[in-house]
Design a protein around this ligand. Structure first.
Ligand SMILES: [Zn+2]
Length: 233
């Protein structure tokens, strides 16, 4: 059985990036725990570097778990951090990653960008000027990538992460299946008991209301900026 290592970044005493009480370590663990059973349903074995909020002493120790288990692919899950405006999705591979490794990362990125539009920050190779190489791409003996699924420092990215969480989890699964050559099969949802009354969920209306709220928030921010400039405060 082909195996994949899922590595939810940080954990325990290392919260990763944060915004208020929202920690990167929690977001990525939640995602990994959602992806794991979906991958297993596709017949893929999953090795997790952590399954709860624990401290893992070193990056090389995480990689060793995958190397020892003979995993075919290693995906480290992270959320990015920068100023409040920065947003979007990227995957990082080793500076000397070969074509197939770049292709696998691109497949995962394409799946994620298809869930909901956001900035495509591309498949990035480490360079001496900009994160030489992430440890997960150095110490692993199989193809690997580090995913930055949106910025925890950007409100819209956090909304996307929460609202489209299930879609993102499924997208990661589709991308990973492609990466290890497993044909993805859509899984039937478990049968639900018939309801006495049909409740229509107005998805399109909710999306429209969400867009309107976003626009209103942006407009408020701009108005505050203008007043600040006029008052010089
Ligand atoms: Zn991180």
């Amino acid at each position: 059985m082909v195996k994949i290592c899922l590595d939810p970044g940080h954990g325990g005493t290392d919260p990763g990036a944060l915004l208020g009480k929202r920690y990167e370590k929690d977001d990525v663990l939640r995602l990994a725990l959602a992806v794991k059973p979906l991958l297993e349903a596709q017949g893929v074995g999953v090795v997790m570097t952590r399954t709860d909020d624990e401290t893992i002493p070193s990056i090389s120790e995480r990689c060793q778990m995958a190397n020892t288990a003979g995993c075919a692919y290693y995906l480290s899950l992270h959320r990015d951090a920068a100023g409040p405006a920065a947003h979007g999705v990227s995957l990082w591979v080793h500076s000397r990653a070969n074509g197939p490794t770049v292709r696998k990362a691109q497949d995962i990125l394409d799946e994620l960008l298809a869930v909901v539009p956001t900035q495509d920050r591309g498949v990035q190779k480490g360079t001496p000027q900009n994160y030489e190489n992430f440890g997960v791409n150095v110490y692993t003996t199989m193809a690997s990538a580090l995913l930055e699924l949106g910025f925890i420092t950007n409100a819209d990215d956090n909304d996307r992460f929460d609202l489209y969480f299930d879609g993102y989890a499924e997208a990661v699964v589709r991308g990973l299946c492609k990466a290890v050559g497993v044909t993805y099969t859509a899984q039937d949802k478990p049968a639900e008991a018939p309801e006495e009354e049909t409740v229509r969920i107005p998805t399109e209306e909710l999306k429209a209301a969400y867009s309107a709220l976003q626009a209103a928030r942006d407009a408020t921010g701009e108005a505050i900026e203008k007043i600040r400039m006029i008052l010089g405060v």
